[in-house]
Design a binder for this molecule. Structure first.
Ligand code: CO8
Length: 261
């Protein structure tokens, strides 16, 4: 299933319970202007509300995932305008989307492009992937989470190194640093990302959503409170049909079917 719209900044292709979102603003290397941002978020919110999608995959093209926030759109804004618009705040609606999001990155993921990947729940990279936060070269700093999410993801030493120099980090280093979950060849990246998305979409919706939330809480909470949050979520899942089905299937030596939950 595929929707074709003239001038769409984001192409949507649905296969089973997986929605593939392809950034489609090639002329600007998929730079995130307001139109693209609004379109991406609206399409994901719509799919989450009105369909059975269990996982999103967000990708670019073979050369560019996304070259960052749109510099041409930002260039002439004043400080007052930036504050009044709270520029970039709509991205909070993106991170609030509960359905898991996988970033499948080939080529450049620069600035806001790296930040978009980090706002997804996990990142798979092709061998050609290049990550950077080059905002320092524009006289600014990362503005969609780069100083916060990158530091939590790869630690202070590497975050300082990347953000202060603006240098490029290749896929292999990104994997060693823990930014990227797995690296594949460029040719197999999308297939592997869709395969993982398919696998996630076949699990119980509630257990996936709560596992994701518990991992997110680990970024916010002290250990004792994080462990308590996890345990209470674990306990609460014993009121779910998914727990009954999953454990019954194990005892009965069959594959669980979570499709209805
Ligand atoms: N914004 C707008 N247009 C862009 C962007 C961008 N981020 N990146 C590329 N483009 C445009 C180019 O201007 C060019 O347009 P045109 O054909 O009209 O001249 C077209 O895309 C093709 O780009 P290039 O000719 O540069 O292509 P190359 O293959 O030579 O180079 C690169 C590719 C290396 C990716 C190069 O384009 C580049 O370095 N781009 C900018 C990368 C960058 O600095 N990104 C960070 C942007 S800032 C950000 O994301 C967060 C900002 C936080 C600020 C906080 C404010 C509150």
């Amino acid at each position: 299933e595929e929707t074709f719209e003239a001038n769409a900044n984001v192409r949507v292709e649905i296969t089973g319970k997986v929605a593939l979102l392809t950034l489609n603003r090639d002329q600007a290397l998929n730079a995130l202007n307001s139109a693209l941002m609004q379109e991406l978020i609206a399409k994901m919110q719509q799919l989450e509300a009105n369909s059975d999608i269990g996982c999103f995959v967000i990708t670019g093209n073979s050369r560019v995932f996304c070259a960052g926030a749109d510099i041409k759109e930002m260039q002439s804004k004043s400080c007052q305008q930036m504050l009044a618009e709270d520029y970039f705040s709509p991205w909070e609606r993106f991170t609030a989307i509960k359905t898991p999001k996988i970033a499948a990155v080939c080529g450049y993921a620069l600035g806001g492009g790296c930040e978009l990947a980090m706002m997804c729940d996990l990142i798979y990279a092709g061998e050609s992937a290049v990550f950077a936060q080059p905002e320092i070269n524009l006289g600014v700093i990362p503005g969609i989470g780069g100083t916060q999410r990158l530091t939590r993801s790869i630690g202070k030493a590497k975050a300082m190194d990347l953000i202060l120099t603006g240098r490029y980090m290749a896929a292999s280093e990104a994997e060693q640093s823990g930014l990227v979950a797995r690296v594949f060849t460029d040719e197999t990246l999308l297939e592997e990302a869709l395969f993982a998305a398919q696998s996630i979409s076949e699990k119980g919706r509630l257990s996936v959503a709560l596992a994701k939330e518990a991992i997110e809480q680990s970024m916010e909470l002290p250990l004792t409170q994080g462990l308590l949050f996890e345990r209470r979520v674990f306990h609460s899942l014993f009121a779910s049909e998914a727990q009954q089905e999953g454990m019954a299937a194990f005892i009965e030596k069959r594959r669980p079917s979570f499709t209805q939950f």
